[in-house]
Design a protein around this ligand. Structure first.
Ligand SMILES: NC(=O)c1ccc[n+]([C@@H]2O[C@H](COP(=O)([O-])OP(=O)(O)OC[C@H]3O[C@@H](n4cnc5c(N)ncnc54)[C@H](OP(=O)(O)O)[C@@H]3O)[C@@H](O)[C@H]2O)c1
Length: 219
């Protein structure tokens, strides 16, 4: 039975991913900063996992030291609007810490638990696409996700010799807390698409940027 570690499993897209993977009969380790009763069905819950905190990420890796991990899903992320009038460097740095360095910390800490055939799913955003940006603004979020995309390609190169594949995945515009309930799809449709993308991921397609609907996205 495959084991999935979902980082940011307590709500939103992460919780729905955990639910659907559990419903398939697979083992879910739900990692988050603060647990809630929605996590009760899952095999394990690991709390205090703040992806900006090196010690917390090291503790996550320690908590998983006896696990064989098949898929790591790094879903944790934040969006704060920044504009040209108020780019707010502190917000830019915070979003970079969570959205870019967070996934890099997690994958670096867990890489010894990822054997041949394991997969890394990084939940990025098409707002990190340079080619797709025709609406501007959102400096902090766009920069943090563009940098995550760059990190994801390097991870795909670095993990290939170990037989580990990496996907960069846009979940769609999803009705969650992050979007204030606005969007085109609900979390269940998004999670189903993301799971289909990761099921199909191979070393040949590692390092690519996909919409959850299967469309290949431009950098
Ligand atoms: N919703 C969309 O339309 C959309 C579109 C493109 C990309 N995305 C990406 O999809 C991912 C999930 O988004 P969502 O819509 O599900 O958002 P959400 O409902 O706001 O959930 C965000 C998740 O990230 C966690 N998180 C935030 N900061 C964290 C930190 N420092 N350490 C650990 N966990 C942290 C939150 O945990 P707490 O409860 O502890 O805060 C929560 O589990 C994000 O990476 C987001 O950028 C979403």
């Amino acid at each position: 039975m495959p084991t999935h570690v979902v980082i940011g499993a307590n709500r939103g897209i992460g919780l729905e991913l955990a639910r659907q993977l559990h419903a398939r009969g697979e083992r879910v380790v739900a990692a988050c900063r603060t647990a809630n009763e929605a996590l009760t069905p899952f095999a394990r819950t690991l709390t205090g996992v703040d992806v900006t905190d090196d010690a917390a990420v090291a503790a996550l890796a320690d908590g998983l030291r006896d696990e064989s991990v098949d898929v790591v899903w790094v879903v944790a992320g934040v969006l704060v609007r920044t504009t040209l009038d108020a780019p707010d460097p502190a917000t830019c740095q915070r979003l970079f810490d969570v959205n870019t360095l967070g996934p890099l910390r997690v994958v670096s800490a867990l890489r010894s638990q990822l054997g041949a055939g394991a997969k890394v799913a990084l939940i990025t955003s098409r707002m990190g696409s340079l080619a797709d940006n025709d609406s501007g603004s959102h400096y902090a979020y766009r920069m943090s996700k563009a940098a995550l995309n760059a990190a994801g390609v390097s991870l795909a190169v670095d993990l290939r010799p170990a037989g580990v594949a990496v996907a960069l995945l846009h979940p769609g515009w999803v009705r969650t807390d992050m979007t204030g309930g606005r969007g085109l799809v609900d979390a269940d449709e998004s999670a189903a698409g993301l799971i289909a993308r990761v099921d199909a991921l191979t070393l040949e397609t590692s390092g690519s940027f996909w919409h959850m609907n299967g469309e290949r996205l431009p950098w």
